[in-house]
Design a protein around this ligand. Structure first.
Ligand code: CO
Length: 134
């Protein structure tokens, strides 16, 4: 597979608006807009930082993955996403290597990206997302 960059780092937050304001006012990083991903039960804001982005995620439901993460760990860094140029090939390669995946086939993420998560047991506790963009 061909990993080309750190695409984004995902942060679980309780209040998206407040968090976006903090990054904008404190660090001068501008939000590229807010999007709801119903399937993941999240509202997402992307804050571009050069070649990569911060992805702020607020749960829209009490039982979503981000709500569960915050319940267990509190707010904070939740995942890191690596950009690949061909996610289908990357997933095939990982399966061939016996790597457990949370997503066997890619699904739609924010911004129309194709994404898939690797099982955190395989990455020593790091939730790793693979991400392909047009
Ligand atoms: Co992500």
């Amino acid at each position: 597979m061909n990993v080309t960059r750190v695409d984004h780092i995902g942060f679980a937050v309780k209040n998206l608006e407040e968090s976006v304001r903090w990054y904008e006012e404190t660090l001068g990083i501008r939000s590229a807009g807010v999007e709801t991903v119903a399937e993941q039960k999240v509202k997402v804001a992307f804050l571009p930082c050069g070649d990569s982005e911060l992805e702020l995620l607020e749960s829209t439901e009490t039982d979503g993955p981000i709500a569960r993460f915050i319940e267990k760990n509190g707010e904070g860094m939740q995942h890191i996403a690596l950009r690949v140029d061909d996610i289908d090939a990357a997933l095939r390669e990982l399966k061939d290597k016996g790597i457990r995946l949370l997503d066997e086939t890619p699904r739609r993420g924010a911004g129309g990206a194709k994404i898939a998560f690797v099982h955190p047991k395989m990455t020593k506790g790091v939730l790793l997302e693979l991400c392909e963009r047009e």
